[in-house]
Design a protein around this ligand. Structure first.
Ligand SMILES: Nc1ncnc2c1ncn2[C@@H]1O[C@H](COP(=O)(O)OP(=O)(O)O)[C@@H](O)[C@H]1O
Ligand SMILES: [Mg+2]
Length: 223
């Protein structure tokens, strides 16, 4: 198995003086290409901090993060933004779509930001796979929560990133839509050999993953 993402001994402390919060304490992790991993743990245990650091949106106080063998903590800004755009896809609980753009426009945004034009057939294929072809011209306010999250998934998949980081992607969905979204993520990881790290509160959602990492008080306790 090929390791795609690796973190060694990463720690992160917030605050200063007396009010220190040790959000991550010496966490070491490795993820294989194509793995679908769930990260579970109580609120405040450090899940989002971990995901942000693995996604290069934040830096740890100590430790190292390697993506595709490249040390992402010591890179020029330009290279870092390139990696963020091309190698990492993010999915959030609140979908984070742009309200003034249609579903289609939201999905192709990462391509445009990368200076590329979209291939319409390829975009429609992704939309069809995710069951949102009928939302092409719709704005987020005209779509259900499930449709909005599937649009956000399509946007994360459009550049075929090696790693997809999803922070509570099913948090705002009812049970049926949650199941559908997690099944789609599961399928994407198999079909495109994408590594997916998904934070979740929900045990049933976690069960779709190949592996479950448990976190407690800033530490990885198992998995
Ligand atoms: N920007 C921040 N400033 C200060 N404390 C923070 C910040 N972000 C997170 N924390 C604290 O770090 C801990 C871990 O937070 P977080 O990673 O968001 O946990 P989770 O996602 O598991 O709920 C919590 O105690 C939280 O309050
Ligand atoms: Mg969180």
């Amino acid at each position: 198995m090929q390791t795609i993402l690796k973190a060694e001994q990463i720690s992160k402390t917030y605050g200063n003086g007396k009010a220190l919060v040790h959000a991550l304490i010496s966490c070491s992790l490795a993820f294989d290409k194509g793995e679908f991993v769930a990260i579970v743990g109580k609120s405040g245990c450090g899940k989002s901090t971990l995901l942000r650091i693995l996604g290069t949106l934040d830096v740890p106080d100590t430790g190292s993060v390697l993506l595709d063998g490249e040390d992402v903590l010591h890179l020029p800004d330009r290279r870092l933004s390139e990696i963020r755009r091309r190698k990492i896809g993010f999915i959030y609980q609140d979908y984070s779509l742009f309200p003034e753009y249609t579903a289609y426009e939201n999905i192709i945004l990462p391509l445009h930001l990368d200076g590329r034009r979209e291939e319409k057939d390829a975009v429609m294929e992704i939309m069809e796979t995710l069951g949102i072809a009928s939302c092409k011209e719709k704005f987020p306010s005209e779509m259900s929560g499930g449709e909005q999250q599937r649009t956000a998934i399509a946007r994360a998949l459009i550049l075929s990133p090696s790693v997809i980081l999803a922070d509570e992607p099913t948090g705002n969905l009812d049970a049926e839509n949650a199941k559908e979204v997690v099944c789609l993520l599961n399928r994407a990881s198999r079909q495109y050999r994408q590594t997916i790290l998904m934070v979740t509160h929900d045990r049933q959602t976690a069960d779709y993953a190949d592996r479950i990492l448990h976190m407690r008080d800033g530490k990885i306790t198992s998995g």
